[in-house]
Write a new protein. Structure first.
Length: 132
């Protein structure tokens, strides 16, 4: 019985790693994370002229923007059939806040940017109203 359970668990672990390897290969074949999601990444970089890429892997990238009192981190992570954008907002007055969005892999990046931007703006207005 224990051997059967170990075999089933082993099968799922191996299947996961094979799928992950295929995912990484697919992103690489499409030019890598920077090319595949260039529109979104360039948008994040364009938010602030001091923005910089602080972390990058084969399936994710993090862009940081920093002003006097605000740090924003945008992380784009490619999943098996989708991509997720994580936003972290750090401010000495408002504290730290996080939002995230998941989109199907073939989503129009312009539409994703529009949704992300609208929701961030709404959230920041909500924070400002709470603290003023």
């Amino acid at each position: 019985m224990v051997i059967a359970i170990l075999l089933v668990v082993g099968y799922f672990v191996i299947a996961f790693f094979l799928d992950k390897k295929e995912e990484v290969s697919r992103v690489k074949d499409q030019g890598g994370i920077r090319t595949k999601y260039s529109l979104i990444i360039n948008y994040f970089i364009g938010v602030n002229n001091k923005a910089k890429i602080i972390k990058e892997s084969s399936t994710s990238i993090t862009v940081m923007t920093e002003t006097d009192n605000v740090i924003q981190l945008y992380t784009l992570a490619h999943g098996f059939s989708d991509f997720t954008v994580f936003w972290e907002f750090r401010n000495s007055i408002f504290g730290t806040h996080n939002l995230h969005w998941s989109f199907p892999e073939n989503t129009d990046q312009s539409k994703a940017i529009l949704q992300i931007n609208e929701e961030i703006e709404s959230y920041i207005l909500f924070l400002a109203k709470q603290h003023l």
